[in-house]
Design a protein around this ligand. Sequence first.
Ligand SMILES: [Zn+2]
Length: 243
Amino acid sequence: MLLTEATWMEVETYLETFRTIIMPIGSVEQHGPLGLMGTDAMCAEIIARRAGELGGFLVGPTLSIGMAQSHLAFPGTISLKPATLIALVQDVVSSLSHAGFQSIIFLNGHGGNIATISTAFSEIYAGRSLEKSPVALNLSLKSWFDLPGIRSLLKEMYPVGHGSHATPSEVAITQHMLPHTIKQAKLDPQIAAEGGFTDAHDFRRRYPDGRKGADSSQAKPEDGARLVEAAAKALAKEVAATG
Ligand SMILES: [Zn+2]
């Protein structure tokens, strides 16, 4: 069930049996010549929603904008500062825990969100540690590409050129979701350089077309469908175990 498509009475009934909700979280940032700006939010959303169907869990609205400072030298990128994302996660958790949710799983689509969301969790737990007897709260952060079995599937699908940004796997998921958005472009070089970065200026200097280590042209919609199903199954299993 999707939270945004439920009535408050349905949410109240759900809470009589379950205390768990999945919150998809992504980013709006450049994904090279073949990837969409909304890739990370879309990947998180489709996997969370499919897991919700498989496991009967409530799925909240996608938090589409994340911490994407390193992509700001490419037009269209929208980034929250780390402090803003921390405040956002804190407010979302406060609202949900106030309603009675005790297990909140953030299903993440963007590697750049991980450190900030983890810090938000630390802030929330630090506040609770100073309270006398708070109600139990279990926060977890799961990036779809780190779910059990997914890294090995990615290796099998893309033995060379998967990379770490504008990857063929995330592009494939958006191609599966929105076939009318499939882009064509010549990639040069075919496999982009890989490495580190500091700020957005440095990122664009090192990775001029926005890809990092990836050959996004390997993306195929049918691989996206397979990845969504595998990640959703793995997520549903993990959520059932925590819930
Ligand atoms: Zn991405």
